[in-house]
Write a protein that binds this ligand. Structure first.
Ligand code: IMP
Length: 431
């Protein structure tokens, strides 16, 4: 395998962090292809525990080249903080390259994100407040500022002058906020450009060279397929395509070059922010068991610290995500979280009035009405965190994993049974 896309296949937070760290250690090039610092990847390895938001997880291996691709929206401030943090902990960041084509999250994007959420009242999306939606909207509207612009004084000033005029009208007239100063914003972002100049480049030749040499390349996903702006639970989605098509687009690698798409699924389901969640559990012992409060896998957002909503594995959504993204391999994470449950449910269908649906409906209004149809499986009631081979898992755990693979329609690749890089079961080699 040369090019592997690793994508979140639920509503994000599937535990991708430690899988990308594991696979990144085997890849020669890691490309983060989409999203922004709305993402939070927790990586636990021999160097410590790290929380990454923008920097690819290949950064811990000094020989791996890491690229922040064109499809990412970048908070320069957040990125500099992450870089400083890593450097202060002795991590070599010299092989990090940032696409000149990637868009910049500007202060007005963050302000609009928050004002728009406030204006939605009870219909909030529950965004991370990082300015992601407004930044992608400007990119599509052709009024974005790109990383390359931060390196060219005149271009930056001209772009800012034309963009800020409109943004300030909106800020003052629509939201009653103070306008942003052209002079201060210009100087601040020029300074960010200076500080990041060694990393900003045209990343296309780097990626092409790696492809020509058949190097193992990992396309690192953020968020999840059910948050996809086209195929997710719109409008309760993020503003980018986090799936396999987004991986190609955001990295600048054509679909014919991708050898495998690994879908990362938690062994159950979680969601942060608003939006439909058919298998969500009301508070109770099962929900508490899945939340893991106070434990290393606690269901608390890495970026926002919000408590995640929890529920049973939803095979209808999972299969749909696999279909839309061509997922051929499954990575099932956090299996150990289910260790103490006597019975485990899987949603195998949706009932809507008298019909059973094979696919999730396209609108949230209908999705809100579906009743999950559950299949119940016995739990294994024994610890799995130290298991390293599939055949050593308790039989009931093997049966649960096999049933998920069957329902989703893809082969098993990896299972994780704890947050550490070593706590993984490799069922089929990836690179
Ligand atoms: P935004 O991406 O900040 O605009 O947020 C839109 C929706 O996507 C909200 O429901 C967020 O909670 C969700 N979201 C964005 N990034 C992540 C992530 O990395 N993990 C989980 N949910 C996310």
């Amino acid at each position: 395998m040369s090019v592997v896309a690793l994508i979140g296949a639920q509503w994000g937070d599937e535990g991708k962090g430690h899988l990308v760290d594991l696979l990144a250690s085997k890849a020669r090039l890691v490309v983060r292809y989409g999203g922004g610092n709305n993402a939070g990847h927790t990586v636990v390895n021999h160097l410590g525990t790290f929380k990454l938001h923008l920097i690819p997880s290949g950064i811990f291996d000094p020989s791996t080249v890491n690229v922040i691709g064109s499809g990412v929206v970048i908070s320069p401030e957040g990125l500099l903080q992450e870089l400083d943090d890593l450097k202060s902990r002795g991590i070599n960041t010299s092989k990090l390259f940032i696409s000149e084509r990637a868009h910049v999250i500007m202060p007005y994007h963050i302000m609009f994100d928050r004002f728009q959420e406030d204006a939605r009242g009870d219909d909030k999306i529950g965004t991370t407040g990082r300015g992601i939606g407004p930044a992608y909207a400007d990119k599509m509207n052709r009024s974005g500022i790109r990383m390359a612009d931060l390196l060219h004084e005149e271009t930056l000033l001209n772009r800012l002058r034309s963009v800020l005029e409109e943004k300030n009208r909106l800020l003052t007239k629509l939201y009653g906020a103070k306008p942003l100063s052209l002079h201060d914003t210009y100087l601040r972002y020029l300074d960010f450009g200076h500080k990041l100049a060694d990393h900003i480049t045209d990343t296309h030749p780097i990626i092409m060279r790696a492809l020509e040499k058949d190097m193992p390349i990992l396309l690192e996903g953020a968020q999840g397929c059910l948050l996809d702006v086209d195929y997710g639970t719109y409008p309760y989605v993020t503003s980018s395509p986090p799936g396999a098509a987004g991986a190609c687009q955001g990295a600048g690698i054509g679909p014919t070059r991708v050898d495998s798409v690994i879908g990362v699924y938690k062994a159950y389901t979680t969601r942060v922010g608003q939006g439909p969640f058919p298998t969500e559990l009301a508070d109770g012992p099962d929900a508490d068991a899945l939340r893991q409060i106070g434990k290393p896998w606690a269901e608390v957002g890495t970026t926002t610290g919000r408590l995640r909503r929890v529920g049973w594995f939803d095979a209808v959504m999972a299969r749909y995500a696999a279909q839309v993204n061509g997922i051929d391999t499954l990575a099932i994470t956090k299996l150990d979280v289910l260790d103490e449950l006597a019975n485990i449910k899987i949603c195998v269908g949706y009932k809507l009035h008298d019909a059973t649906l094979e696919y999730p409906p396209a609108t949230t209004a209908v999705l809100d009405q579906v009743e999950p149809v559950y299949e119940e499986m016995p739990g294994w009631m024994s610890p799995t965190s130290d298991v390293r081979r599939f055949q050593d898992l308790p039989e009931a755990a093997q049966a649960y994993v096999a049933r998920i693979c069957q329902l989703v329609g893809a082969r098993l690749g990896i299972i994780s049974v704890g947050p550490d890089r070593e706590q993984t079961i490799i069922a089929s080699e990836v690179f």
